[in-house]
Write a protein of this length. Sequence first.
Length: 80
Amino acid sequence: MTEEILNEESGSVLCPKCLEPIHPERIEAGYHICVKCSTIERYGYIHVFEGKTGDRIEIVKDAKLAEKIRKTQGGKHGQI
């Protein structure tokens, strides 16, 4: 486990790379680096229309691929 760097004034945990505060929910999820310094790629999602009553969302590891699919199929998209 990485040693945590604490901000003495606010009590928040700081990112070891940029020394900016890390969101408490990231700490709870087990991350020790802020979003800005993270090397993990963003995920994307594709809204799949299955008819009048049933839609679903598919998670895609590549946000750029989700964008490409949206453009070819005309569906909604986004990043998470």
